[in-house]
Design a protein around this ligand. Structure first.
Ligand SMILES: [Zn+2]
Length: 160
């Protein structure tokens, strides 16, 4: 499933890309362009703007109105609606910055590209072939996992 997100959903875009979804995002696109791209590329339009949601739906574009109070709530709702798995699988994960699928990279190859403490503490790294960004499951992953756990619980509750 492919998405396009409106300019207010930069954060959610990064989450969905990390979860392996193809999400087009630019804060320079106006409503008309968003709807046109969604239609042409068969993307689901994610929007925080009720009016845009209604316009898109009226034009036959599949859209989802994102109205959660925080990222966990948004992820829970999207997961419910589209059956999205709230687990990060690095084999499918996309670069949060540029939407390209990341590739594993050997530890030796990141030497000098990441901080020495990072290099010492971690053995698994991924690289974005497009923008060159290097990823690892560092300290910030505790927070990522926590948000996903919260989202999973919310999603379960909503189902029940
Ligand atoms: Zn990238």
């Amino acid at each position: 499933m492919k998405f396009i997100a409106d300019g207010m959903l930069g954060k959610l875009t990064r989450w969905l890309r990390m979860l392996g979804h193809n999400v087009k995002y630019s804060n320079k696109l106006d409503d008309v362009q968003l709807i046109a791209i969604a239609k042409k590329e068969r993307r689901v339009l994610l929007t925080r703007d009720l009016e845009l949601f209604q316009q898109a739906t009226a034009k036959g574009v599949q859209a989802f109105y994102v109205d959660g109070k925080n990222e966990a709530e948004n992820l829970a709702k999207i997961s419910q609606k589209f059956g999205i798995n709230l687990e990060v699988d690095m084999k499918r994960s996309r670069c949060p910055k540029c939407n390209t699928q990341v590739k594993p990279i050997s530890k030796e190859k990141v030497s000098g590209k990441v901080k020495e403490t990072t290099y010492t503490h971690y053995d698994e790294f991924w690289e974005c072939p497009k923008c060159g960004q290097i990823y690892w499951q560092g300290a910030h992953w505790t927070r990522i996992r926590k948000t996903l756990e919260t989202a999973k619980e919310l999603s379960k509750k909503e189902k029940a």
